[in-house]
Design a protein around this ligand. Sequence first.
Ligand code: ME8
Length: 645
Amino acid sequence: MTTKERYYLTTPIYYPSDNLHIGHAYTTTVADSLARWHRFAGREAYFVTGSDEHGQKIQRAAAAKGVTPKEYVDEIVASFKDLWERLNIKYDDFVRTTDERHHRAVQAVFQKIYAKGDIYKSAYEGWYCTPCETFWLENRLEDGNCPDCGRPVELVQEESYFFRISKYADRLLEHIEQHPEFIQPESRRNEMVNFIKSGLEDLCVSRTTFDWGIPVPNAEGHVIYVWFDALTNYLTALGYPEPTELMEKWWPADLHLVGKEIMRFHTIVWPIMLMALDLPLPKTVFGHGWLLSDSEKMSKSKGNVVDPLALIAEFGVDPIRYFLLREISFGQDGNFSRRALIERTNADLANDLGNLLNRTLSMLNRYFDGVVPEPAAALSEVDRDLINHANGLGAKVDDLIKDLKINEALASIWRLVGRANKYVDERAPWNLAKQEDKAELGTVMYNLLETLRIVALLVKSFIPETGAKIWAQLGLEDLDQNTLADTEWGRLTPGIQTRKGDPIFPRIEVEKEEPAPAPKKPEKPKASEEKAPGPEGVLIGIEDFMRCELVIAEVLEASRIQGADRLLKLQVDIGSEKRQIVAGIAQHYEPDDLVGKRIVVVKNLKPAKLRGELSQGMLLAATAPDGRLEVVSVSEAIPAGSRVK
Ligand code: ME8
């Protein structure tokens, strides 16, 4: 039996000094998607995350709240785990630096390096940035502040232990040169090389002015510097210092995924710690860019953070995961905005993917009672083009993921989705359905269903809920038994009964602007324009109008939506069923005034989400000259469900 390829990947362990924001969710979503993909592609993956709980920053935050540091971190770390669960993050281990096993690992690392003569005692005098937990020499400060975060630094004068990192500078430079994949992306490699060449100072690795940390062995009053402590977590997860099977199997790590601001620790301090321990270095450290909010890095102190839990509650998990993975060029900074999230969701998820599934299964229900037909052997040029797009895409995505080109991998999957939507228009199944012989129609429907099956497999590592939903609607089972090899064309078995469900991504309506002030009375058209088409310049036929199903709905309940001052939520009876409709009329009606009214609604409008609420239809209203809205209604003589035409 051949052994599987292995992939050990990690995220930073985050500080529980505050709740996590969408920036932390970004790194962890990427790592989770990579781990899921590698498993799908037949490799074994081990994915570790955790929390960095010691240090001055945490001790101060706990004191400010009047609780012990342990009480303080316990509560916040529980919220980390809760967030990961809601984001569908499946890690293999979660290292807390307050874990006993971690204490043992850190003390062992310290002792080994000390025994080797690479840690020595001296006195430190310099500057310290507590938010970054970083020592700075005077000459690196910028305007007297921390060069990384711009915040004030504090003078530190302590007896400390020092790590002789200067001794390893040349060896590290040589390693970086010989392993171009070690520091990625390339721009950060150059930055790090320049930093090393500008001269490395020995690093202070213990503190004495507070006690929230792991004690230095046999040195009372000293706790180990929080970064020396934190970096060791990547070994703790494997059972270090014991010679465990995990250590044997997974070290060295394949990928440390981190934000660009902590590259120095991961590409200089950490590899030198490993060299001093005689352990091999991780294969790659990738420093991704920042998520910006209005072009500034998100951070609690700037008050511009975005809370992932609120976003998940409003939009669901997969739109958030998809946005993070697709929108931001991996490695570069990217902007996060609500508008961009909504636009991305509507364009790629609702219109392209959701609609492809919906229209395919609707046609299948109409033409084949929802059963997957047998494809005919004869293929047209267009059929072959679709199949060529789908076949081999799995291997291409795999290459892109191995190269950490995550947004490009998703773009390549969406090119297939786009190709399939175009295929529907080109092959026009509604025309083929008019033919006596249904073979060609069967082939076209099979090709669409097979494309959707392949797409479900390709997307499930990135947006797991969506992959599972498509799979279920296709009537398929055992999604997790499938591997990359199953993305080969032609594995869909004819005869399967599909199960069309609700649209997987209802369109999200961007909340409407205030109604525009009433337009001035139009001037009388000039004689030459009198017979011109309507305001949009287009005349429609009666059949166009009849496509719009207008019906009478009785309003059963009406209520306001918290946090949306323009919206009302209505429960209405449209004769055949009850529905929820969200309408932008809250500034014109009290909810109670609407109850009992018989209003006109568009029944066959695509469902949409407004402020997290599903809206299944739209009511009609007219604007009075003063800008007031009046809902169109009829008398009680007309029962709910009556068609308006
Ligand atoms: O640095 N955009 O923890 P931390 C993108 N405990 N990613 C962001 C981000 C943003 N705006 N903000 C945060 C620490 N991140 C140390 C790590 S590891 C041994 C110790 C992500 O809570 C990104 O991965 O400050 C960044 O490196 C990390 O969160 C910093 O998390």
